[in-house]
Design a protein around this ligand. Structure first.
Ligand SMILES: C[S@@+](CC[C@H](N)C(=O)[O-])C[C@H]1O[C@@H](n2cnc3c(N)ncnc32)[C@H](O)[C@@H]1O
Length: 240
């Protein structure tokens, strides 16, 4: 019998925001494949979950996924595609040996997570493999909680976008929706602040850096935040 593959959301950073189900399944799986963005860096998902789940006795395999832009409908960067294939091959070998495998991922797996690219690649090789997705608390909810404001109420319309969008598309999005959640903002702060200023939305925007983590920061002065280049774990909420 093949093993079971679990893609598990471990939440935005505070280990207490991991679900009971995430913790139980991580405890159950003898093998964890943990993603990391930098070859010599550590896995954020692993450091989050290690706050709640014992790592002793686990076979922990680190997988490096280079951070490159992915555009849906276009051929992915060869280095990124190679990383997905390598991950899928290694995971498949464990599953076919009958071993249950966990793939923990930051926040919720359904939101800009490598987990789903790995699942797709895995299913291309072996469509019969069983996959279970375990939702997690997203950094979007955690960021709103840090600010103490809702994301949307009543008939508000909310959109979530990567801020690395082209200027024109981002401007149109900011102008059209009641709430705009901008992710992946850290390298494009000047562009975002410029657009928010043009659209007279600067006072409606708040940046949350490392939401739910011990060094969480809520920043309303985005001009100042842009000068310092915030951490990669930063999200801007614009609520009109
Ligand atoms: C690849 S996406 C992963 C999103 C994740 N799957 C989720 O559900 O939150 C990475 C982006 O998520 C946001 N992010 C992740 N963790 C965060 C945190 N603790 N606080 C604020 N933003 C965070 C940032 O915008 C970051 O650039």
């Amino acid at each position: 019998m093949t093993g079971q593959f679990y893609v598990i959301g471990v939440g935005p950073g505070d280990p207490e925001l991991m679900t009971l189900k995430a913790a139980r399944l991580l405890e159950k799986c003898p093998v964890w494949f943990v993603p990391k963005a930098h070859r010599n860096g550590e896995s954020t998902a692993l450091s989050i979950l290690a706050g709640s789940v014992a790592t002793d006795g686990k076979e922990i395999m680190e997988l490096h996924f280079p951070m490159k832009k992915i555009r849906m409908g276009e051929t992915p960067d060869p280095e990124v595609e190679a990383a997905w294939k390598a991950a899928a091959t290694a995971i498949q070998a464990k599953l076919e040996a009958g071993i249950d495998v966990a793939f923990p991922t930051l926040g919720d797996p359904a939101i800009y997570s490598t987990g789903f690219y790995v699942c797709d690649t895995l299913l291309q090789n072996a469509p019969q493999l069983p996959i279970i997705i375990v939702p997690g608390v997203s950094s979007i909810g955690a960021s709103a909680a840090a600010v103490g404001q809702p994301l949307c109420l009543g008939d508000d319309r909310m959109v979530v976008v990567p801020a690395t969008f082209e200027n024109g598309r981002l401007r149109e999005t900011l102008a059209s929706f009641d709430t705009v959640v901008l992710m992946k903002v850290h390298r494009v702060m000047d562009k975002v602040v410029g657009l928010l200023t043009d659209l007279d939305l600067l006072d409606k925007a708040v940046l949350v850096e490392r939401s739910s983590q011990s060094d969480q920061r809520v920043r309303r002065d985005l001009v100042a935040a842009a000068k310092e280049e915030p951490h990669y774990f930063s999200t801007i909420i614009v609520r009109k």
